[in-house]
Design a protein around this ligand. Structure first.
Ligand code: SF4
Length: 333
């Protein structure tokens, strides 16, 4: 095995195709590190191919095919309704995922009959109407869901604390593009937990973001408790005593509030969905709390599959969907 082959093998072995929370997760090693690179809470670039000088189109194609082989096996044995193509960056960035590889992925999954939803992550600046039009046409009535790391509605916090230099205007632009397509849906990641403020202030900041996100209409929200990743600015804050991961109690408070906001909306599910996953599971010693969060996420995923994906697109029953979600929140209390 040449040195290069060894490097690629190591890169491949870092991740695997697997089912998580009922979704098929297919890793896509990016060709170069995420363009932003500097976000205070993110260590994803540590595992990226930039550590081995990036990867060529051919190398990316081959690695992706190996993950797809595993996906094929899983698909044979399980009815897969939802897939996450996960590259720890922007799948729509041509410097991270070669356009031919992206088309190859779309071509592979459009043939999976049971599949109803493809979920990808992207920064807003790579959300372009031409590429969405192409993907939507290829996927026909399958739903394309685009997850965007918004973090907060507060541009100052995003830029100065999280060091993510993306303006609100840029997010608005991407959302407008997404909303112009019928089968394309946006999900915003909202971070929970700030440095240098009280837990109460973190809760309020998160809820302001959630409220402002919901005012934008058809949108899912995924709450992400800020975690301490190795080698990040947040890790430094943590050791300097300037940051602690948010407590379970606060997450419960936020989850309940989020639910209330969805309920108050005439069409709280927008076109078709609510998702209020909380991930990653909070970093806590208390394993029973951890288990509770796992259970919460698993229940939300199950309902999503039963009520949205199974019935997609014509027969979605919003009332029944919300009834089930309410039940999970009751249990979660
Ligand atoms: S959080 Fe997202 S945008 Fe920021 S460095 Fe990580 S992958 Fe890139």
């Amino acid at each position: 095995m040449s040195n290069r082959e060894k490097q690629l093998e190591e890169l491949f072995m870092k991740r695997k195709t697997e089912i998580r929370h009922g979704r098929l997760v297919v890793p896509i090693p990016n060709a170069s590190k995420c363009a932003y690179d500097k976000c205070a809470m993110c260590a994803y670039n540590k595992n990226s191919s930039s550590n081995i000088g990036g990867i060529s189109e051919n190398e990316q194609w081959n690695l992706v095919n190996r993950y797809l082989l595993d996906a094929e096996d899983i698909i044979k044995n399980k009815k897969i309704m939802s897939v996450d193509l996960y590259c720890s960056g922007s799948l729509l960035s041509p410097t991270e995922v070669y356009p031919n590889v992206l088309l190859h992925l779309i071509d592979f999954f459009k043939k999976t009959e049971s599949l109803k939803e493809i979920n990808i992550e992207s920064l807003p600046n790579f959300v372009k109407p031409e590429i969405l039009a192409y993907i939507q046409q290829e996927l026909s009535d399958k739903m394309l869901s685009i997850s965007i790391g918004w973090e907060t509605s507060n541009e100052g916090i995003r830029k100065n604390i999280w060091k993510k230099q993306i303006s609100n205007k840029m997010y608005e632009k991407a959302l407008t593009v997404i909303k112009s397509f019928d089968n394309v849906h946006a999900k915003y990641f909202v971070l929970v937990g700030l440095p240098d403020v009280s837990e109460q202030e973190s809760i309020e900041e998160c809820l302001t973001s959630v409220r402002e996100a919901l005012e934008k209409g058809n949108l899912s929200i995924e709450l992400q408790p800020t975690s301490v990743m190795e080698g990040t600015i947040v890790e430094k804050y943590y050791y300097d005593g300037r940051f602690s991961p948010i407590s379970i109690r606060s997450l419960v408070t936020i989850a309940k509030e989020v639910k209330k906001h969805f309920e108050q909306r005439e069409t709280y599910v927008g076109k078709f969905c609510v998702s209020t996953y909380i991930k990653p599971e909070p970093m806590v010693e208390n394993t029973s709390a951890k288990k509770a969060f796992k259970k919460f996420n698993a229940s939300m995923q199950k309902i999503w599959e039963e009520e949205i994906l199974q019935n997609w697109p014509q027969n979605i029953n919003h009332e029944r969907y919300m009834r089930k979600i309410n039940k999970v929140f009751e249990e979660f209390n």
